[in-house]
Write a protein that binds this ligand. Sequence first.
Ligand code: BG6
Length: 808
Amino acid sequence: MFHYLCLAVTMKAPNLRMCTTSCFLLVIILSSLSLQACGSQKANRPTVNVIIVGGTGDLAKKYLWQGFFNLYQEQNDGFTFSFIGAARMAATEGDGQLAKILQDNVSCAKSVRPDENCEAKLTEYRSIVTYRKLKTASDYADLCRDIGQDAAKEHGRLFYLSVPPFAYAGIAESIARGCRPSGGGWLRVVLEKPFGRDYSSAQDLAKKLSPYLREEEIYRIDHYLGKIGVESILPFRLFNQDTHKKLWDGEHIERVEIVMKEKIDSKGRLEFYDEYGVIRDVMQNHLTEIFTLVAMELPRNITSRAEFLDNKIRLLEQTRPVNAEQAVIAQYNGYVDQWREELGKDQSEETLVPTFAAGSLFVKNPRWSDVPFVLMAGKKLDERVGYVRVIFRDDAICVTNAGSGSQNKCAKNRQQVIFFTGNPGLKYPTILVSKQLPKPQVPPSWSIPDTDPNMEIFNEKLSNFYYFSPPKDQDAYTSLISACFKGDQQKFVGSRDLMASWNIWTPLLKSIENQKPRIYEGGDDTGSWLDFKVKGQTLSYIHQLGNAFDYQNVGSTFTSISDQFRSQPLITGEKESVITQLAQHLFNIAGQAIRERGSFHIALPGGSTPKSLFTHLAIRMSNRFPWHDTHFWMVDERCVPFNHTASNFKQLHDSLLKYVPVPYLNIHPMPVKLASGLCAAADRGTNTYASDLTLVPEGRLDYILLGMGSDGHVASIFPNHKIMTDTTAEVALTDGGPQDGIPHRMTLTFATINKARHVGVLILGRAKRGMVSVLSSEGVVNPLRYPVTGVRLEQGEQYWYIDHDALL
Ligand code: BG6
């Protein structure tokens, strides 16, 4: 009871106007002895004033108020705090907003000490946070006059600038003009990135701040330096110094990957994002900071901030500036649309800002020469994960058991050390070391987390690693706020290291200013499109655009087939998934065909079923598919002019061909309208098409996609049209078909279809269920009645793509 009251008085005391009548009543009923003890305890505490400029903004809401509450919990026994949330709005509005932010966003659940005292502390904390309007120089003067009343007791004053960088210089000036603690307390000003856009703008910013703030007063925050996985890198290295002296170098390490993948896109913050892009947003800062922790020389005296900084700066200065050959960039599909919408841009305007990039850093020193440090980051990727992966060289060749599979020790997986630096630290252990490497030493407080040893990480069982996690996974801002309070500048970015980092990235940023980034689909649909390789100093995409497409690296197997239909591979799922898999399959087969024969020949059907595939190819594979080497043929065509809405070719054209760079000579519509009219026998259009088909290597189309009608027809081969199932002609005219008013058609026959290298039958929608159920009995083979059963390839492979609606 006594303790609680004492805290209550303590919290009110710095601001006597807040002490209510009940407070005094409570004080009176305390014994005078207790009161004196409490009062002297409180009176002796040094005070700390915290001012969050931008205290009602997003960052403050999400992290800062909680982070300062955590600090309050940690340090309140020794200090008396005052917290001020400042913004430009009047107090009438600001008071309420701030109170709501504290109510909604700060909680014991997010606290580092969620013990039984937490709620009481939180109530205290909320009550000592006040709002202040800070707009003009005189607002600053008033504020600082108020908080500086008892100068001798002021231990320190922390300004957290959570505002855009253009405001930094003005605020720094106001602070310098009369806001430094006058009684010897410290002044610390925390700045949030971005610290410039390139070397010269960062230098400008530094010049603007230097008249007002000393370097030791500036705390440039990089919140990644407060993440537990990042904070663990140096302790891990220090604990393993002896082993690492032997192993932590280019003789043993092949490459280091420093990765930050995000699933979110940039929507909602495009004004900022488009000014910066992925390299400035996270690579120049977060990933480069991590790089320094992995690659710098360890300070001999671990507590020496000066030695740490010297080593960090030396490393950055030894790192070669990145040029365009050492990097790849890309932008997610839809970024430009979001940008136009959010910033009110015109349809004709473009932005080339990359949302994905990878770049390799090389260090010119004996330890690291020729070891690529590959930094990679992107938005709208398939997963959210951040890690450092140190991959060791593997050049041992085993003699004993060399040929006996699992016994060959040298053929085992890569030796690696992994630090998980992103947020899902709870899912994986924070640090993993391959068991082929010496068993690491770790600080005594690190433990082995209770994670499923069969869990796979980089294709390897967790049980193949030694693994550890440091004790608490506290939020990065909490860790850095606490470090700032303690004056631990090592966890912050200094001006010289900042400039050295910009020096590394600025040449690349300049050289890609007008470079069109590769477009990627985003999420899982990106597939392997962003995969890249590092060869010597060059970093390049594996899959190249257009004619330069690197077919050697395109997979040729279709891995997702898990089921069978009529003893043939079945690809099933929801419609979208079936279409995505079909498109990927076509992509793989195209790669294989071009690799083997120089071109890819595909025949496509009409009707409503393939339309979603066409759209998918046009939008999602526009930059990916080898359009230049693909020939488009028709499976069948209605005898109508090409501009008729029922024309299959028109549909293919309108949904796909007009959007993609297929050479004109690669497009082969069926000649349904010749001299004498539509599908006139005298024009011998079927012969013309058959002779065009001799262009196809060995007369075998690489892929024929068929739709299937609910009566089982495929192409324009309808039930009970004997001639169509018997004909040896490659192309034929038919007058059968459903009553759609267009009975005459031209079609490939089974003679052509069954010669193909691959045939896929695409079946979507409930209307096809009946026929799918008939076909599910494999014994049903009756091409006359069910033409689809006439598809029986001589040598090729047949696939079924059936969505759940049609299959279940
Ligand atoms: C910020 C970037 O610095 O870091 C954002 O500006 C990014 O673009 C964010 O999303 C990621 O941080 P975290 O902590 O969520 O991994």
